[in-house]
Write a protein that binds this ligand. Sequence first.
Ligand SMILES: [Zn+2]
Length: 192
Amino acid sequence: MSNKLIFFTQIAQVIIVIGSLFGFFRLMVQQIVQQKDATIELLRERATGLEKQLDSAKTTTSDALLDRYYRKIGMLESELSKLDADDQTSRRLIEEKHREITTLNAGIEVLRDVMEEYAEKASRVDECPYCEASLLSVGQVDYADEHAIVTHKTYSCGYSEGDGFPRSSCPNGPPLVRVEPKAMDDSDSLQN
Ligand SMILES: [Zn+2]
C-alpha cells in the first residue's frame, strides 16, 4: 500500500466519521426540536383545557354560590317564620301573664277591702258592741271577792265589761246575763 493511498483512506475515514457525527447531531437536534414542539403543543392544549375548566368553573361556582345563598336565605326565612311563631307564642304568654296579673291585682283589691273591713272592725273594739257608743275608760280593776285583776271597760251608753264579759247592760242591748267570771278566769289562768 502506498503512502498516498493510506493518506486518502485516512482522510476518507475522517470525512465519514465527521459526516456520521453531523448526521447524529442533526438527528439529535431534530429530536430535541420535535420534543420541544410536542411539549409546547401539550402545554398549549393543557392551557386551553384549563381555560375551559376555568370558564366552566366560573359559571358553576357562581351557580353554586347562588345556590348556597338561596339555601341560606331559605334557612333564614324559615328561622324568621319560626321566630315569628315564637314571638306569637311569647305574645300569647305575655297576654296570659297580663291576665294573671290583672286577676292577682283584683285579688289584692279584694284582700285589701277585707283587711280594711277588719281594721275598721278592730277599731270598733273601742265601741260598745250593741250601740257603738264610745269607750269612756279602760283600766285594771282588782275584784277582791273574785280574787282576780280584770281589764274593765266602760262605755258612754252605760255598758261595761270585765275581760270581755258584760258587767252592766247597754240600753240598746240585751239584758245583763251575769256570767260567773271566776270560773272563766280560772280557765284563763290555766291556759296561761
Ligand atoms: Zn251601748
